[in-house]
Design a protein around this ligand. Structure first.
Ligand code: IPE
Ligand code: IPE
Ligand code: MG
Length: 247
């Protein structure tokens, strides 16, 4: 039986988040420099978007650049930003033709000017698409996001637009960059690292994790389907006991 035939199409996650990791180590294995790994990872992104759309996943969040990644060697950071600009320019028409809406989370005001412009154009062009929302996390850090939300709420309280009694989980979520995006049911991390690295800390409270040893540039449909099958074999209890879920 093929992997695809095993998928339960009545239980497809609405939102899958991916920590795309292992580009550098994969490149090293090939005797290449780290940027070669990042460039090769673009094909994995393309493949993952295609499968997500085919399966009817509504939100796909890809962790592309963390706030901490600025501290990498300048050559690598510059290369990643160039790759981002190029990839957006190359892919935007195809994304649009496939009904994919691009949005970004993270502090994009700190990105190079040409990146900001490329992203703004792509967001605008694809804004009415409804097949799949592709969420790129760029200069993203979950602690930053939570602090930003907190500060905005504090200002509202200072200005007497809100009272502290009105602050609850629902309100707080509306101050996060993932406002109007459901929490991911599944988080995938490639490359054998079993950590969250400051990604979506608020949103993953009840997310299922799938860790795979595959390096990101090798990640293809087969690995994506395996992650979804792994998710579908889990029982999500949300603090309850098994009998309550099944009953
Ligand atoms: C993920 O691959 C891409 C980014 C973080 C931008 P890495 O560049 O982290 O690759 P490794 O983890 O060093 O192998
Ligand atoms: C997480 O990967 C960030 C992205 C995939 C963009 P890192 O490679 O930066 O994470 P650490 O340093 O291994 O925690
Ligand atoms: Mg890494």
């Amino acid at each position: 039986m093929s992997l695809e035939a095993k998928i339960d199409y009545t239980n497809i996650p609405k939102h899958i988040a991916v920590i795309m990791d292992g580009n550098g180590r994969w490149a090293k294995q090939q005797g290449q420099d780290r940027l070669f790994g990042h460039t090769s990872g673009v094909e994995s992104v393309r493949s993952t978007i295609k499968v997500a759309r085919e399966l009817g996943i509504k939100f796909l969040t890809l962790y592309a650049f963390s706030t901490e990644n600025w501290n990498r060697p300048k050559e690598e950071v510059d290369g990643l930003m160039d790759l981002l600009v190029q990839s957006i320019a190359n892919e935007v028409d195809e994304l649009n033709e496939n009904g994919i809406r691009l949005i970004t989370i993270g502090d994009d005001t700190q990105l190079p000017r040409n990146c900001q412009e490329g992203l703004a154009g792509a967001r605008e062009k694809t804004k009415d698409n409804t097949e799949l929302t592709l969420v790129l996390a760029l200069n993203y850090s979950a602690r930053w996001e939570i602090m930003e939300g907190l500060k905005k709420i504090a200002v509202e309280i200072e200005n007497k637009n809100l009272t502290s009694e009105q602050v609850n989980e629902q309100l707080f979520e509306s101050y996060l960059s993932t406002k109007n995006i459901p929490d991911p049911e599944l988080l995938i991390r490639t490359s054998g690292e079993n950590r969250v690295s400051n990604f979506l800390l608020w949103q993953i409270a009840y997310t299922e994790f799938h860790f795979t040893d595959i390096f990101w540039p090798e990640f293809r449909k087969e690995h994506f389907l395996k992650a979804i099958l792994d998710y579908q074999a889990r029982e999500r209890r949300f603090g309850l006991v098994s009998e309550q879920i099944q009953g």
